[in-house]
Design a protein around this ligand. Structure first.
Ligand code: PEP
Ligand code: MG
Length: 330
């Protein structure tokens, strides 16, 4: 795997699929760059917020974001606006709810507190001055008005930064597709946004009604569930029909067994933890686009996660990728 660090991610027939990384800490940056990441598909901005005792100021945020943007420049860095709530709560901004995953989280919090969104996006935009490699991404979008409203705030942040004398470009704005409603509205969202990125961790949890952190139902959390795969395919098709780029940044993107399916569905980039980059490159080298496409066609005909898992296992075994597939499902 080491030898693949500086190689591009290519199929055996030479198709290049960009691999991006998910970051949060500065420590992730060095690790990502020396594994050949081609950009950041998800920078979880809540991480620096979690490491503090109060909300970081605009200038503190600007400096943190600047380091990420600079480290990867000229490669793209996709910064997600604050995604708190659910399982992530800030000690200085506690959110207590009976049902937090269906509650006040992600974009819902920041639209109710536009000052947080404005300060954060102003800091991001200022940080991108002279680099222009920033992309902004919105978490937990479940309807088009949330997107419209967020775009309005970001445009206002942009105008303010320009008025204050910065010379920056308006960053592309993307939507995370991680709520089933966003799958069904992927076309409408894609019309209004610059890109889509699937958050398969939450999307799996919400499609299957399985809490991603509850050990008792962990055996029902199947990212290879036929419903999840149908949803992924639908999002790619909808995004592409509007001429927009579609990437994926959940854990599934870093799973070598998912690689042929995501490739065949047409995802434009896969974003994962740095540790998985070389594994995905290795898996991708072992297959051609045509092989991945026939595998996807076969898998889409199967009706259970177990059958899909078995089929993927066979595909991986035939390509000498035995250690790359998780244990079979119960
Ligand atoms: C996801 O939901 O897939 C995702 C990438 O976001 P997070 O894991 O931070 O919720
Ligand atoms: Mg998520």
């Amino acid at each position: 795997l080491e030898s693949l660090r500086d190689e591009l991610c290519e199929t055996s027939d030479g198709f290049h699929l960009p691999l991006w990384v998910n970051t949060g800490l500065m420590a992730d940056v060095a690790r990502s760059l020396d594994q050949g990441a081609e950009g950041v598909g998800l920078y979880r901005t809540e991480v620096p917020f979690l490491l503090r005792e109060r909300f970081p100021s605009e200038e503190e945020q600007r400096q943190i974001y600047r380091s990420q943007l600079e480290a990867f420049s000229p490669k793209p860095v996709t910064m997600r606006t604050l995604d708190v709530g659910g399982d992530k709560s800030l000690p200085y901004f506690p959110i207590e709810e009976e049902n937090p995953f269906l509650g006040w989280r992600g974009i819902r919090v920041t639209l109710d507190h536009p000052e947080i969104l404005l300060v954060q996006t102003r800091a991001m935009i200022k940080a991108s001055e002279g680099l222009d490699n920033l992309r902004i991404m919105l978490p937990m979008i479940s309807n088009v008005s949330e997107l419209d409203e967020a775009v309005e705030f970001i445009s206002r942040a942009y105008r303010e930064v320009l008025d204050e004398g910065s010379d920056v470009k308006m960053p592309p704005i993307g939507v995370m597709v991680e709520v089933p409603a966003a799958v069904y509205q992927a076309s409408e969202l894609a019309k209004r946004a610059d890109f889509l990125s699937v958050g398969s961790n939450d999307l799996t949890q919400y499609l299957l009604a399985v809490d991603r952190n509850n050990a008792r139902v962990a055996d029902l959390y199947h990212a290879f569930h036929p419903a999840v795969l149908q949803a992924l395919k639908q999002v790619v098709d909808a995004g592409h029909a509007e001429g927009k780029q579609v990437s994926i940044c959940g854990e599934l993107a870093g799973d070598p067994a998912a690689a042929p399916l995501l490739l065949a569905m047409g995802f434009d980039a896969l974003s994962m933890n740095a540790t998985n980059l070389t594994k995905i490159k290795k898996a991708m080298r072992a297959m051609s686009q045509a092989e991945a496409q026939s595998l996807l066609a076969e898998v889409m005909e199967l009706h259970s996660s177990a059958a899909i898992h078995e089929h993927l296992e066979q595909f991986m075994l035939e390509r000498g990728l035995k250690g790359f597939i998780h244990a079979p499902l119960d």
